[in-house]
Design a protein around this ligand. Structure first.
Ligand SMILES: [Zn+2]
Ligand SMILES: [Zn+2]
Length: 329
């Protein structure tokens, strides 16, 4: 399903095209894709809110597939192995960020389904070193929705500095937060969830939230850390005000509408505001292994590959419960 030119999702920006199977280059794998989950970033790309890096492009960066062929010099994989592919599709491995173990900040990073073709397809070519081994125990469809929101939610928890047993706020409760709360509960954290939607508040309590409220409501205890998922600066400020001294707000959003003016008193006492950008392969491996061990199961609906426009439109309208996953085989 190819994007030729971004346009509103109601005009069906993706088009089914038949192409020859791609050939893996040096160090690359050819995957037969079985499932690819749909991310809000895909929607932003298709509608032009995220400028395309090159057109045409095939979106999709939560891919589960099996190795069908190896390019020259590709190691660590055999034909038939199951692999996951996420947003981070490649780095230079040599810049100061990569050298410091923060490849998520690499200046030369390349992203799946943006810099090169992604997983809204029957086949995808990926760099062997950036394919992720998936532990058994997940069905392909179960694994796909973990590979973006799940991994980034996990990194956000790490960036927030939340310790086991700590008091954690989650602001917004979409697909990423529903996975993050399962990790936080596994760590024994007390979780407080703020979201506008009463259905999401209900879901949060079912997943172990101790308290739920709206964005304007203050949790009953001061928080050690908070993660904001809503692309709203006002929500970030609300989270900051709910922090205890020394607490951190991790902002899990590529775009924020704005950063409103704040009173310095809200930041004083060594409170921190941090953005969360992408993730490292280490984050992805840790999260996927943890998700397998504690049986994190995302909620999702399934669409056929050729119905990718429908899945995007449902996502745009807020009709998707949990995640949407394309079945590509
Ligand atoms: Zn994504
Ligand atoms: Zn780098």
């Amino acid at each position: 399903m190819q994007l030729d030119k971004p346009r509103p999702v109601g005009e069906r920006p993706l088009r089914m095209v038949e192409r020859p199977d791609p050939v893996p280059g040096p160090g690359e794998l050819l995957l037969r894709v079985s499932a690819c989950a749909v991310c809000r970033t895909d929607l932003q790309l298709c509608e032009g809110d995220l400028p395309a890096r090159g057109l045409p492009v095939i979106p999709g960066h939560q891919i589960v597939g099996r190795v069908e062929a190896l390019g020259e010099g590709a190691t660590g994989w055999q034909v038939g192995d199951r692999a996951g592919v996420a947003w981070l599709g490649g780095t230079d491995g040599t810049c100061t960020h990569c050298a410091a173990g923060r490849e998520n900040l690499c200046d030369q990073a390349r992203f799946t389904g943006w810099d090169h073709d992604g997983g809204y397809a029957t086949h995808a070519v990926v760099r062997a070193g950036f394919a992720l081994p998936l532990p058994p125990g997940f069905a392909d469809l179960d694994a796909a929705p973990l590979l973006c929101g799940g991994v980034i939610g996990y990194r956000s928890l790490r960036v927030s500095g939340i310790a086991p047993g700590g008091r954690l706020g989650l602001y917004g409760f979409g697909a990423s937060a529903t996975l993050a709360i399962q990790v936080a509960r596994h760590w024994g954290c007390r979780v407080f969830v703020c979201t506008r939607s009463t259905a999401e508040q209900e879901r949060a309590r079912a997943l172990g939230a101790e308290w739920t409220g709206g964005y304007g409501d203050r949790p009953p205890v001061a928080l050690d850390a908070a993660v904001t998922f809503a692309p709203s600066g006002d929500v970030v400020v609300a989270a900051l005000r709910a922090l205890d001294r020394g607490g951190t707000v991790a902002i899990n959003a590529i775009h924020l509408d704005r950063v409103p003016e704040l009173a310095y008193a809200d930041l004083w006492w060594e409170r921190s505001l941090r953005s969360v950008a992408n993730f490292t392969r280490q984050d992805a491996r840790e999260f996927v292994d943890l998700a397998a061990r504690i049986a994190i199961r995302p909620e999702y609906e399934v669409h056929a590959l050729q119905d990718a426009n429908v899945a995007l439109e449902r996502l745009a309208r807020g009709q998707v419960r949990g995640a949407a996953v394309l079945r590509c085989d």
